[in-house]
Design a protein around this ligand. Structure first.
Ligand SMILES: [Zn+2]
Length: 45
């Protein structure tokens, strides 16, 4: 399950809620980001 976060109001939105239309149900913003971002750290020895 992927959870997005509204960039404008900070509302957490399930990805399945964005399947129909990619807008925030709270404020109508269309800008989202993923709160949990897997960052790959590359070690260079
Ligand atoms: Zn919003």
């Amino acid at each position: 399950m992927v959870e997005y976060k509204c960039f404008k109001c900070g509302q957490n939105i399930d990805s399945k809620d964005l399947d129909k239309r990619f807008v925030c149900p709270n404020c109508g913003s269309k800008i989202f980001f993923k709160p949990r971002v897997k960052v790959k750290t590359v070690k260079t020895d």
